[in-house]
Design a protein around this ligand. Sequence first.
Ligand SMILES: Cc1cc2nc3c(=O)[nH]c(=O)nc-3n(C[C@H](O)[C@H](O)[C@H](O)COP(=O)(O)OP(=O)(O)OC[C@H]3O[C@@H](n4cnc5c(N)ncnc54)[C@H](O)[C@@H]3O)c2cc1C
Length: 312
Amino acid sequence: MAPAVPDTEPPMTRPTVAEADREIGIRHTVLGHGFVALVDYMGNDAAIVQAARVSYGRGTKSVRDDRALVRYLLRHRHTTPFEMVELKFLVRLPIFVARQWIRHRSASVNEYSARYSVVPDEYEVPPPDEVRHQSQRNRQGRGEPLEAAVVERFRSDLERVSREAYTAYSAALEAGVARETARLVLPVAYYTQWYWKTDLWNLFHFLSLRLDPHAQEEIRLFAAEVARLGRLVAPVAFEAFDDFVLSGLSLGRAEQLALRSLLAGATPEAACRDAGLPLTRPDGRPMATGEGVEFLEKLARLRGEPPSGDRE
Ligand SMILES: Cc1cc2nc3c(=O)[nH]c(=O)nc-3n(C[C@H](O)[C@H](O)[C@H](O)COP(=O)(O)OP(=O)(O)OC[C@H]3O[C@@H](n4cnc5c(N)ncnc54)[C@H](O)[C@@H]3O)c2cc1C
């Protein structure tokens, strides 16, 4: 059954969501030493509706109307009502994940200071099945499994280098080197921690990029936990986000032309050719990436086929 938008009018009270309140402060483990905790939130689905009705007027009002309004706002990218919902998280994450995460400029962040405090001896060692070959299709991603010996060599090197780094860090602190300087020896597998606060619209943007199969597996795991907690706060908005953004499919001009050819009976290859979507290189070799390949992937999605095997 579709989730109902909680009613807050009248009288106007601070909206709360019991399911979210139960989660406040609970640390949910992600990776070896990381976690995500919901610290606080402001607003819920009703806050989105309330904000939108300032513009649109109350009109007829029912649970179905409210849900339809939230879905309309999301589909048509009426962004500001979603900004009325704020979420604050405490996150412990490896520095290499933090470097990706911090690129999202639309959040407020306060990070653990390694100038002020000693960095704990915690670093990330990926499980064996996450140490894989360089992807053949995606220069940024990982792909096929590796031989066990290579995996074990990498993991033991990572353990050794991390331990050596922390020994050097501890020795430097002991010898009186300032914490802000001593930390330079620590690798990006070490953990940091921050408060991260953003509004629901920017959270959706973050999730659309970081839940995507092209994002690195480690940040995707954090994003999934953030999404799970955010969903408790605003289930109707998240349902719309699932339906129209995560499961949505955009078609560019050439892709629409190709789809038109397909509907008229052309093969996918002919449709791509007619629409100018390249599938082969000038030397005749098939392309692994590009607009034509992405269009075929969209067709596969429409047919309900599983995504290609590469872990990107
Ligand atoms: C799979 C993947 C691979 C990536 N690879 C790389 C890489 O190789 N190298 C690299 O450097 N980065 C990389 N990035 C980071 C990427 O380029 C973005 O910096 C990051 O995803 C943040 O996106 P954003 O700017 O849309 O989000 P936010 O910073 O949260 O901004 C949200 C939105 O606000 C608007 N906005 C915010 N600030 C500005 C501004 N100053 N000017 C104009 N509009 C603004 C934009 O509309 C933006 O989309 C990668 C990201 C992903 C998801």
